[in-house]
Design a binder for this molecule. Sequence first.
Ligand code: PEP
Ligand code: MG
Length: 569
Amino acid sequence: MLKGIAASSGVATSKVYKLQKPVLEVTHEKGSVEDEIYLFESALQRTQKDIELVKVKAVGRLSDDELAIFDAHLAVTTDPELHDQIKGLIDSGESASSAVDQVKTMFVSMFESMDDEYFRERAADIKDVTYRLLAHTLGVAVPDLSLINEQVIVVAHDLTPSDTAQLDKQFIKGFATEIGGRTSHSAIMARSLEIPAVVGITGVLDEVKHGDMLVLDALEGVVIVNPTDEQMNLYGQKEVEYAEYRESLKTLKDAPSKSKDGHEVELSGNIGTPKDVEGVLENGGDGIGLYRTEFLYMDATSLPTEDEQYEAYKSVLESMDQKLVVIRTLDIGGDKELSYLKFPEEMNPFLGYRAIRLCLDRTDIFRTQLRALLRASVYGNLAIMFPMVATLEEFREAKAILMDEKDNLTKEGVQVSDSIQVGIMIEIPAAAVNARNLAKEADFFSIGTNDLIQYTMAADRMNQKVSYLYQPYNPSILRLIKMAIDGAHAEGKWCGMCGEMAGEAKAVPVLLGLGLDEFSMSATSILPARKMLTSLDYTEMQGLAAKALECGTEAEVIALIDEAIADAQ
Ligand code: PEP
Ligand code: MG
């Protein structure tokens, strides 16, 4: 049994397809410059043909968005910079393969070292395309996953973007790789294809032979090579049960978000772009609990205009019909930078000039966003939420600017909705502690546990070394959550949560018991959360929450929750 990271849930048992790509040995033997240029150009044509063929095979299996990867790959093959550099090296006496290899290394390391995550991801595309190109200059065949026509589990060192795009669900029951993490490209693709995957299994290639039997348990993140008959039966059963579980989730798509004893909450989706709304609706979301608008700013090369923002907000509101859409104003700074807006260098960016602090300073940027939101408000059920509020004064100031822009628009004869809710993200401990007073002036709260935990535990959420302190179930965190919820309720307001904790099915019992009104999470977590919710009794969970608050450690809380879940099943 080998351990890795469960990257895409599911269980599969099947034969191994061991994907081993030939190691390409660059040759320095060469013909004339013309011969080498010809070799490069014909290799380039073959590479383009390969990509077009793979794309044709994938049509119908992949969405338009996923198919776009092949256009990105074709774009790499036609990049004039790439051609010029390779030809330049051939001119100066290199063989075609050596020239391709050198330019490949240079481009890949250039993209891998870029600050922008988007460009870093493109490095995988460039690696993928130039590998094929190099193989063709050397006359070496690259294995073709799209030719697989029997049921297998693919085992590989890593899967490139074009490898994953070639996986046909009909035959590929799952995959296991030696490298990668939950957010690596192959993991994301596996989740979108709904193929079970375990990644980051050190040494798995040395442990399997082509045709071996394999159990892939992508719920626990393990693989078993050549399992016993007993293990085969056990995991075969687990596979059937998991398939039944997924089926049973589908029936919950239109079900109410209610506990067994009828206590109703909202299970909503977190989105980053208007495109994400589709996933929330497909998964039966009750609304949008967090629209992170910073992506509108981060995906641009200059500040988005009022009209551009208006179009984005309007589209989300319209697609959600009259369901509540909570749009968060710009939360930039900390780890989220804008290439076109220079911030001062800070010793502690996470404790610095960010989110509402920046907006209250750069009111020009803030007012543009608020006007876009107000104009869009007539197209649906809008709530506006301010991030990183620490004090009541900050909230008052932000709200005053909002009201000022509302007046301006009304005077200009522009229609604005009268029922916009205005809320606060509770993600700074000071706000949780002062929740009762904040609730007097806010319409709602949404708890941002990602930041609330980092600030409460004084542990940088990006720092692996202190990640053991990311403890959502720590009694200190639960007490702050309770303060936020109780503060809101005492003033007749509602309290939601949009941090990652809200999307953990395991967190539902205790959060329900604490009285949370709305849980907002990534689209794929909604149905598992609803399944958990419908199995629980609200009054019993109130008892569980009271006990959890009295615990001394996170481990004790988790043990209580596990027990409650086992009892409910
Ligand atoms: C949070 O802090 O929990 C949150 C939802 O905001 P973000 O993750 O965007 O900082
Ligand atoms: Mg936050």
